[in-house]
Design a protein around this ligand. Structure first.
Ligand code: MN
Ligand code: MN
Ligand code: MN
Length: 280
């Protein structure tokens, strides 16, 4: 059984259409795939229609914050037609737009004009994100690489302030649960928290109704997998597994090509809660 519960389509910042993602997942041997675009479920219907042999789980990846830092929470098996979820996505879309205006203002004060229009052009009709600003900064000659743009012009401090536009973690967990979904703390090691802060985050996540953490997210070191498995167990949380696929050609985030969950984990898909069967 090859379960991939985290990926993106062109509905957010992925390169492939939902149909193409499902076809690529099938070719990679994935039998269960959750579509988890950023702050929207716009790709779910097309993916479900294209499902074929792949079982498609409707999902979402919410941008949120905790303790002043950015956090992502994946919702699995949400009802994409849930009215509350639709309203939540609209709220997040407005937050994303407000944040983009704020980022552009900060850049303007540093002498970089027209960043909003530039980033919007890079987004090409999809929802605007910080990577689009990074691309604009490179294309307009303000940075040599996107990495440099992030480090120098879209930095960590700015990110800490910019995540406040989104709803807080308790709120997004509430949205997921109200839409019948299961809340998963995405890629816990990407937040670069100290052990104490990571424990605090995971405890707050569970107390707010969170169900699982991503023990495997893309290719990762066995040490990271073991650390996250221990974290899940220590907090009584289930374990999820996903690639965080965005586009082909990234072997560290390829559909279905990620390590298995350690045997001591309780898979989030066990017990039938998200309907992908029990692997025992
Ligand atoms: Mn993304
Ligand atoms: Mn994420
Ligand atoms: Mn993601």
């Amino acid at each position: 059984m090859n379960v991939d519960l985290h990926c993106h389509t062109r509905a957010s910042d992925g390169a492939l259409t939902p149909r193409e993602v499902v076809v690529a997942a099938a070719a990679a041997g994935v039998d269960t795939l959750a579509i988890t675009d950023h702050d929207c479920v716009d790709g779910v219907a097309e993916a479900t229609a294209a499902a074929g042999q792949v079982r498609v789980i409707p999902g979402i990846e919410f941008s949120t914050h905790f303790g002043g830092g950015g956090v992502h929470v994946v919702g699995l098996d949400v009802d994409p037609g849930d009215a509350g979820l639709t309203a939540a996505c609209a709220t997040q879309r407005r937050a994303r737009q407000d944040r983009a205006v704020w980022i552009a203002d900060r850049l303007a004060r540093r002498g970089i004009a027209d960043a909003l229009a530039g980033a919007q052009r890079c987004a090409d009709g999809s929802q605007i994100g910080r990577p689009h600003f990074a691309r604009f900064l490179v294309e307009s000659g303000h940075a040599r690489t996107e990495k440099e743009a992030f480090a120098r012009l879209l930095g960590r401090h700015d990110h800490g302030s910019s995540v406040r536009f989104f709803a807080d973690m308790d709120t997004v967990i509430g949205w997921i649960r109200a839409a019948g979904g299961t809340a998963v703390l995405a890629h816990p090691l990407k937040y670069k928290l100290t052990r104490t802060r990571l424990d605090r985050l995971v405890r707050a996540f569970r107390e707010a109704g969170g169900d699982a953490i991503e023990v495997v997210c893309g290719q990762q070191h066995a040490r990271a997998t073991a650390e996250l498995a221990a974290l899940a167990t220590a907090h009584g949380l289930a374990a999820s597994r996903g690639s965080d696929f965005h586009q082909p050609g990234r072997p560290w985030a390829a559909l279905g090509r990620v390590p298995p969950l350690p045997p001591d984990c309780r898979p989030v898909w066990s017990g039938g809660k998200i309907g992908v069967g029990n692997t025992g």
